[in-house]
Design a protein around this ligand. Structure first.
Ligand SMILES: CC(C)(COP(=O)(O)OP(=O)(O)OC[C@H]1O[C@@H](n2cnc3c(N)ncnc32)[C@H](O)[C@@H]1OP(=O)(O)O)[C@@H](O)C(=O)NCCC(=O)NCCS
Length: 182
């Protein structure tokens, strides 16, 4: 596992270690690191298992390289890649472009932990909001985002390649002057 650069000048986020409580009340660790090209073989397997029109390797390389993007890879305690998320920020607006958890690791809280991590990273970068689009039939993802505090803000008709509508969702950090808890 590559835990990122040791260069003190490196502005990239450092690895974050968290714990997700499983149904039997045991805990499973999750380690979130800035995505590197070394992660991409594993990331691409999850991507192909998760989406009808998966991103190609170059899409992820572009996200790793882009100054506005800060993709993360999630590992379990055995250093296995279990998921990833690709957020970006332009001015004070965050956006989640892509998120997936490996099929055998779904339903344990890892997706929610990863999205919460992105919200904290965006807040640290002074975001005022984080938005995303999700297929209107993707109930697991919609439930995840609602559970993380996102609200529905609209529908983009026939947004996807199969003419499926996109549900637009947004997390607002400050409402009525109050900071929403992340
Ligand atoms: C969407 C996805 C990332 C969720 O990850 P996950 O680790 O399984 O989600 P979590 O276990 O953290 O669950 C988060 C919430 O969503 C709910 N949820 C998860 N899977 C669900 C399902 N299949 N049906 C209904 N609700 C579901 C959980 O109950 C939980 O709700 P709670 O916080 O109220 O208890 C995962 O299903 C996935 O990778 N899907 C394929 C890729 C994808 O669709 N990405 C989103 C693109 S916009």
């Amino acid at each position: 596992m590559n835990y990122g650069s040791n260069n003190a000048d490196d502005q990239k986020p450092k690895p974050q270690i968290g714990y997700v409580k499983l149904m039997d009340n045991s805990k499973s660790s999750i380690i979130i690191c800035p995505m590197t090209e070394a992660d991409l073989d594993d990331v691409l397997v999850i991507e192909r298992d998760s989406f009808p029109k998966p991103w190609l390797r170059q899409h992820f390389i572009d996200e790793i390289m882009a100054v506005t993007s800060f993709p993360f890879t999630a590992f379990n305690s055995e250093e296995k890649v279990i998921g990833y998320v690709c957020p970006m920020m332009i001015l004070d607006e965050g956006h989640i472009l892509n998120v997936a958890i490996a099929p055998s690791f779904r339903g344990f809280g890892f997706g929610k932990f990863l999205v919460a991590h992105v919200l904290k990273e965006c807040l640290n970068r002074n975001a005022s909001s984080v938005s995303l689009e999700v297929r209107i039939t993707n109930q697991p993802a919609i439930t995840l985002y609602k559970s993380a505090g996102f609200k529905e803000t609209g529908i983009r008709k026939r947004y996807y390649e199969n003419m499926e509508d996109a549900l637009l969702m947004e997390y607002i950090f400050r409402e009525n002057g109050e900071l929403n808890a992340v």
